[in-house]
Design a binder for this molecule. Structure first.
Ligand code: ADP
Length: 739
């Protein structure tokens, strides 16, 4: 008969990473929800060996209020004792004495390896403890096996078995903020900056931060420059940028950067080279531990919450299975044999040490190599020249729908990718309406300089859905400007206009040119993509505002009803609720009933009566026509019987603004790059098809635009398929609610 888990312990180990706290919180709350007693181990593996007060039973309340905290509240330590059998025997004794035979480890490959050795030796260690008379046979018999599950906490993102490790996204936030700031000072003085980022064996942070900040050169361990004259060629590239008017030069160097022979390349060395060869005033900034610190990003909070939840669910269902590593692929939770993933991870370091860089790049996976290739185009001072006889297409870019952070990033990439492929790229101002009026201009390579990080929409956008009359004018303009294809970077109105355009192509054949729609809307309400550009920025903006709102209320007994945007889609509400620890989230997908409000009110009253100090409800703007934020506030206040007061906060347009988050910049880059390639293919195809580009299972995919009406709901502005709704169950467990 299968063993039933009754007690488990959770620990954080190795280097700290933002997101470890939400992971611990999720493990504790999921365990308790399943009727498992959860123990927290302080100071990592050291705590297991030392025992005593370092292994303690934990309640749901103990892990309250830690979501927003960086690092790990449990503490972490390097532990030499755990590398010895004596140390591990001591650890086994400490667990058995407390009746614990399951372990959730959040750490890097070192910690996971140590934990797996411990699991492997478990029954022998118990045998030795019995022999020594430290535990008795019945205790040993009751805990024959140690269940182990791991999650990767590491800012390097260098682990097999997961697309993202806990802490990486936050580290990218820190790096991007720093480089954005350096960009402004560097441009003011026309200086060069060399920035060193973490990553001994992995160039992920360096590469992605370079993509996200528009850096001009990057050096990573997996792909060293392919020449001994790398210094000269780097300086030539930087000088070419200066010659076309670039005011700053930023070079990003990963800690483990090396030349083609495996000799380290340090940031200081790069600085010296630039000063010697180019005579540029150059400064070095080593970002160091700043990258580890700070409050976890929205993505890291939710990633760790979901992983913690999945890890406990997994071991509870299969405690005697092989130890697993829980991770994500695309937006799916996946698990893989723990030690296989660790071994593969270690083998990349070996391959790099053997200077087999091609294999190293391959092992990092598809999007890593693609990102490197994109970066090499984006940083060029001018496009590649095209072959003789090449057909030069005229591609237009425009926006539709509300503004979304990341729109400018996408336009920048579309322009450079289009020009680099040998085509002309036209900017259309103010969306379809602008196109109808002939607001069309040819862009040049440097016209988008600095757009990678700029919020808003420089080209302007329009929420108007193109009418048949407007589309007749659009057809005329397409002919007048000889446009061969259109990239629509936008939201609902943009998609609808593009669809209308397609349906009217029988009447106006000029409308029959290929169109690609790229999802850019904070609402994340577009079909064909799991995520749209701008939603991550909006989410981070909401989360940081709600963190502040929560802080403002700690001294008083208060409940907040926070209203967030999303139109008919509850994505921002559910994800921000998950990331901020809201007790209740109201979504347009579910609506609000009077009964819901009664239950919530009662639960708030019970909570405040028991000494609770803060309540948080998040309501998506279109959850219900009658039960508005104002209504709920008034109702709760009236019925609170003086136990608490109630405030409403409508976050409003701040959610649409701000500089795009690193994730939005990176995804905008990927999607725009692939869209332009697709558009070019379709423009020369015999029978072109229109498409919606998007991320599906973490990959860039194209869906026919003709499917738009069948993929969306008839009476609401949202797709039928909303994969993120699966997180509803996680949110309920975290909030301790039953709905
Ligand atoms: P990370 O988990 O971030 O990779 P480390 O490599 O420093 O960090 O490992 C953290 C801890 O894991 C070590 O201090 C040690 O206690 C334990 N550990 C690492 N490797 C082993 C091993 N081979 N055997 C036993 N314990 C190990």
């Amino acid at each position: 008969m299968q063993r039933q888990l009754t007690r488990l312990a959770v620990l954080t180990s190795g280097g700290d990473a933002a997101g470890m706290n939400p992971a611990v919180r999720a493990v504790v709350r999921t365990g308790l929800d399943l009727g498992i007693e959860v123990f927290a181990v302080l100071e990592g593996l050291q705590g297991l060996v030392a025992g005593g007060d370092l292994i303690r039973p934990t309640t749901s309340k103990d892990v309250g209020g830690i979501l927003y905290r960086g690092g790990t509240v449990l503490g972490t330590a390097r532990c030499e004792a755990f590398r010895t059998r004596d140390g591990r025997r001591q650890a086994a004794r400490n667990l058995v004495e407390r009746g614990i035979d399951a372990l959730v480890v959040i750490g890097g490959d070192g910690s996971l390896t140590g934990a797996d050795i411990f699991r492997d030796e478990w029954s022998e260690l118990l045998g030795e403890l019995v022999e020594r008379g430290e535990i008795d046979q019945t205790e040993a018999d009751a805990h024959r096996r140690l269940t182990l599950v791991g999650m990767v906490g590491s800012i390097d993102n260098d682990m097999f078995g997961t697309d993202m490790t806990i802490g990486t996204d936050t580290a990218l936030h820190r790096i991007t903020e720093a480089i954005d700031a350096i960009h402004s000072t560097a441009s003011s003085h026309q200086r060069s900056f060399v920035i060193e980022v973490m990553g001994r064996n992995c160039g992920y942070l360096a590469l992605m931060s370079a993509l996200a900040t528009g850096a001009n050169f990057v050096l990573i361990p997996e792909s060293p420059p392919d020449t001994d004259e790398w210094a000269e060629s780097m300086c030539r590239a930087l000088e070419a940028g200066r010659a076309i008017g670039r005011r700053s030069n930023i070079v990003i160097v990963a800690e483990g950067a090396q030349d083609m022979h495996g000799n380290p390349i340090s940031a200081e060395q790069v600085k010296q080279v630039i000063e010697d060869l180019s005579g540029e005033d150059t400064r070095v900034t080593s970002l160091g531990h700043v990258q580890r610190g700070g409050s976890p990003s929205a993505f890291d909070r939710n990633l760790s919450t979901v992983l913690g939840y999945a890890a406990v669910q997994h071991v509870a269902a299969d405690p005697d299975g092989e130890p697993q590593l829980v991770g994500i692929r695309g937006n799916q939770i996946v698990h893989s044999p723990l030690m296989e993933s660790v071994a593969k991870t270690k083998s990349v370091a070996d391959v790099i040490a053997e200077h087999d860089y091609e294999t190293a790049m391959e092992m990092r996976g598809g999007s890593f190599g693609d990102s490197f290739r994109m970066l090499r185009t984006m940083v060029r001072a001018q496009p590649h020249s095209s072959a003789p006889g090449h057909r030069r297409l005229r591609l237009a870019v425009l926006h539709g729908g509300g503004p979304a952070p990341g729109m400018n990033t996408a336009v920048r990439v579309a322009l450079r990718a289009g020009m680099d492929l040998g085509h002309t790229v036209l900017a259309v101002k103010r969306g379809f309406r602008g196109l109808a009026r002939g607001n069309v201009e040819e862009m040049d390579w440097m016209s988008v300089s600095g757009w990678v990080s700029r919020g808003g929409a420089e080209l302007g956008t329009s929420r108007t859905v193109a009418s048949p009359e407007m589309l007749a004018e659009v057809a005329e303009q397409i002919k007048a400007h000889r446009i061969d294809g259109i990239l629509v970077v936008g939201g609902w109105a943009g998609y609808q206009s593009a669809y209308q355009m397609q349906t009217l192509s029988d009447v106006h054949p000029a409308l029959g040119i290929p169109v690609v729609c790229l999802p850019a809307s904070i609402n994340n309400d577009l079909p064909g993509s799991e995520l749209s550009i701008g939603a991550d920025t909006a989410l981070n903006s909401i989360v940081s505002d709600v963190d502040k709102i929560k802080q403002s209320a700690v001294a008083s007994r208060r409940s907040f009803i926070v209203e967030v945007m999303g139109h008919d889609c509850g994505y921002l509400a559910l994800m921000s609720g998950l990331a901020t620890g809201a007790e209740r989230v109201y979504l347009p997908e579910e609506g609000i009933s009077l009964r819901d409000l009664e239950i919530e009110l009662q639960s708030l009253k019970d909570g405040f009566e028991r000494g609770k100090r803060l309540g948080l409800v998040i309501r998506s703007e279109h959850s219900d026509d009658v039960y508005t934020t104002e209504f709920i506030k008034a109702l709760f206040e009236r019925e609170s019987e003086g136990l608490f007061d109630v405030r409403g906060a409508i976050l409003g347009h701040v959610q649409q603004g701000g500089d795009p988050s690193p994730f939005d910049r990176i995804q905008a880059t990927r999607l725009a790059w692939e869209s332009v390639k697709h558009l070019v293919e379709q423009a020369v195809a015999d029978v072109p098809t229109n498409a919606m580009v998007g991320l599906q299972h973490g990959k860039v995919q194209f869906t026919p635009l003709a499917d738009f009406p069948t993929l969306v709901q008839a009476h609401a502005q949202r797709p039928h398929e909303q994969g993120w709704m699966a997180l509803r169950a996680v949110a309920n467990v975290m909030a301790g609610s039953v709905r």
